[in-house]
Design a protein around this ligand. Structure first.
Ligand SMILES: [Cu+2]
Length: 307
């Protein structure tokens, strides 16, 4: 009796453990430890991918249940010890039609929405702004086309120091070790942003999982993609093409902010109109905007966790 109770407890605990990831499904952006399902991300493309994945997953689950139930039933019901004798027929036209038709219908049912979603994911028309992304060994360059704002984004100094020193990174102190940059790609939310993506030296790939796509950056070729981020936040990614010895050290950080905040940020990045005589050009606008922000963005890395 005691043993039976122990079993029951163990099964309940196991059931609770299995249910836990289901709660995590609601979580959206960046991947986290022990995540079982794919994330929903923060763009229509990532939501499309998630929806297509869930449709197919549940179809697979249903097929699995039906097939294994039929197998189990047949093995149990028609077992040799009960005197079952195998049938001797070799063909059954009805069965063959059924097991051909059902998969065809299922494939069409899956391909139809998947194709519609895929077409939507590649439709970059009617974008409200364009960002040109260029991959370099081993950093990214971002240009806000038509705005006169461009900068490079590379591994943050603290990650770089840790990796070169050979010391063991402390996840408490540096939760974004190798996933932080000196200058983030700032984007407005609820805005269709078109990305044109290329590379200068070798093939790279620009990938931020929360945006729901990955695009190759190929020298001499311009690839396109788009994103309309619906939730403000910081989304991290990495180069996804083995591009040389420092391939692992060219992360991507996208910061999605409100439209107003973005307008302010963009204005602050634009070079000041050249004041003619400028006797004392002081340090109003540094010649290199990257240098200015490097200092600013380093600050939170030391101790606090950037949101
Ligand atoms: Cu790369």
């Amino acid at each position: 009796m005691m043993q039976a109770k122990g079993w029951w407890k163990r099964w309940t605990a196991a059931g609770a453990l299995m249910a836990a990831p289901a709660l995590a499904w609601a979580q959206s952006a960046d991947p986290h430890r022990w995540q079982l399902n794919m994330g929903r991300g923060v763009t229509p493309s990532s939501q499309n991918a998630y929806d297509a994945h869930m449709i197919v997953l549940w179809i697979c689950v249903a097929i699995g249940i039906v097939v294994f139930a039929a197998m189990g039933y047949a093995m149990f019901k028609f077992r040799k010890s009960k005197g079952a004798v195998a049938a001797q027929f070799t063909h059954n036209t009805t069965a063959e039609i059924v097991w051909t038709t059902i998969p065809v219908v299922l494939l069409i049912a899956m391909a139809w929405p998947a194709t519609a979603k895929l077409i939507a994911m590649y439709d970059t028309r009617e974008a409200e702004m364009t960002v040109k992304v260029t991959g370099y060994q081993w950093m990214w360059k971002y240009e806000y086309l038509g705005e006169g704002v461009e900068f490079t984004s590379r591994l943050d100094q603290e990650s770089d120091r840790i990796r070169q020193s050979g010391e063991r990174p402390d996840p408490e102190k540096h939760p974004y070790y190798l996933l932080d940059v000196d200058k983030r790609l700032v984007l407005p939310v609820d805005t269709k942003v078109r990305f044109v993506i290329t590379a200068d030296d070798v093939i790279h790939a620009w990938w931020v999982p929360a945006l729901g796509w990955k695009q190759d950056a190929v020298p001499g070729i311009i690839n396109e993609a788009w994103a309309s981020i619906h939730t403000p936040g910081v989304y991290r990614g990495q180069c996804a093409e083995l591009c040389g010895k420092d391939h692992g050290f060219m992360p991507i950080v996208v910061e999605a902010v409100s439209k107003e905040e973005f307008a302010r940020w963009l204005a602050s990045q634009k070079p000041a109109p050249a004041a003619e005589p400028a006797p004392a050009a002081e340090e109003t606008v540094p010649a290199d905007p990257a240098a200015e922000d490097a200092g600013e963005d380093q600050a939170p890395v030391a101790g606090t966790v950037p949101a």
